[in-house]
Design a protein around this ligand. Structure first.
Ligand SMILES: O=C(CO)COP(=O)(O)O
Length: 141
């Protein structure tokens, strides 16, 4: 089953992201991919994958992905953050991760966890997300 997956990488993590996506391209090609602007462009340049690109992170891309998380529409997030450099949009980043915890969305912030999640995805361990989509309540009043 096809899952909605968000891919986000800070500048010094973009090469790592592209290498990772390339290594698991045969897994990712079965899913619906979303990304912040520059991350999406980099991945599309170096793979055959089609990605829905949002705004660049500092211009609101994290928030756009956060909006999908808020409505429980995103199934998995791989967010390779730069732990050693301050970001101008730090509040947006924290907000996105907070919403993942609100909804219980699987989110990897480093490559080791990302690899475990992608292997789980390939094995079908995310089938429970189908139930979330099926029984998702409407927007609360
Ligand atoms: O800043 C980002 C996430 O916080 C990533 O944005 P870009 O993919 O546009 O570089």
């Amino acid at each position: 089953m096809s899952m909605k997956i968000a891919l986000i990488a800070h500048d010094r993590k973009k090469e790592e992201m592209v290498n990772f996506i390339t290594a698991y391209e045969t897994v990712f090609e079965h899913h619906e991919l979303f990304a912040t602007g520059t991350t999406g462009t980099r991945i599309m340049e170096q793979t055959k994958l089609q990605i829905h690109r949002f705004m660049s992170g500092p211009l609101g891309g994290d928030q756009q992905i956060g909006a999908m998380v808020a409505t429980n529409d995103m199934d998995l997030i791989i967010f390779l953050r730069d732990p050693l450099m301050a970001q101008p949009h730090e509040p947006d980043i924290i907000a996105l991760l907070r919403l993942c915890d609100v909804q219980g969305i699987p989110v990897a912030t480093n490559i080791a966890t990302a690899e475990i999640l992608v292997k789980a995805l390939d094995r079908g361990d995310f089938a429970w997300r189908e139930l979330v989509h099926k029984y998702k309540p409407g927007v609360p009043e």
